[in-house]
Write a protein that binds this ligand. Structure first.
Ligand SMILES: C[S@@+](CC[C@H](N)C(=O)[O-])C[C@H]1O[C@@H](n2cnc3c(N)ncnc32)[C@H](O)[C@@H]1O
Length: 206
């Protein structure tokens, strides 16, 4: 069911606030200004949420959302599947927005400031599933994410999913992942609800 007013909407069982919501405005006034496009919730998360509705994650799995921004994808996994979820983002200013959405949705997710490049094999070995949406939009991100996938594989992460509306750095990432790893699929998604959203999910089972 989709419910919305002018300050929030309801989708995939989550309440998602927008820039007009008084709590979002308060955080902005307090100086939490996102610096790397984490200023709102991005639609590619919906592509993974829709996929996961048909392919649920067992509650025992530890999930890491990379480039989490406001964290709605991770919060979806926490709320819907009762997974333990952690988020990382290069921009610490997004974390109060994630905490706010965790509170509004009465679910839990931890988060910290870290860059893709900083996630070591030992760090990644704490997780079973890595998710990321709208995180491959600059050319240099392709290489950073390929290296991250490689470290995740070595750390024993079983599944990595990255969704994007098919910007060229993401398409390059998908092509290079297909060349490098055996169990790789690219799932096309076309959503009409809760919004029109199209794109692909790169899924790597290591
Ligand atoms: C377009 S936003 C998407 C946010 C969120 N995934 C969503 O779907 O709403 C991209 C996010 O990636 C983060 N980011 C950019 N470069 C990063 C890096 N090198 N390491 C970690 N996070 C990064 C940004 O700060 C931003 O929050």
């Amino acid at each position: 069911m989709l419910m919305s007013d002018h300050t929030s909407r309801q989708a995939f069982g989550l309440k998602i606030l927008n820039a007009r919501h008084k709590e979002i405005r308060r955080l902005k006034r307090e100086g939490y200004i996102a610096e790397i496009h984490g200023n709102k919730f991005w639609n590619s998360s919906f592509l993974i949420m829709d996929y996961l509705r048909q392919h649920p994650i067992p509650s025992s799995k530890r999930v890491l959302e990379i480039g989490c921004g406001w964290g709605l994808l991770g919060l979806f996994c926490s709320k819907k599947f009762s997974c333990s979820v952690h988020g990382i983002d290069a921009d610490e200013n997004v974390i109060p927005y994630l905490d706010l959405h965790a509170k509004v949705n009465k679910t839990k997710m931890t988060a910290e400031k870290k860059k893709f490049e900083q996630l070591s094999i030992a760090y990644l070995s704490q997780f079973d599933v890595i998710l990321g949406a709208d995180i491959c939009f600059w050319n240099e991100m392709t290489e950073a994410l390929l290296k991250l996938i490689n470290r995740a594989k070595r750390g024993g992460v079983s599944t990595i999913m990255i969704a994007d509306p098919c910007r060229s750095p993401f398409t390059d990432l998908a092509e290079r992942a297909k060349e490098r790893y055996k169990d790789v699929s690219v799932v096309e998604k076309f959503l009409k609800k809760p919004v029109n959203a199209t794109g692909e999910i790169l899924i790597i089972n290591t």
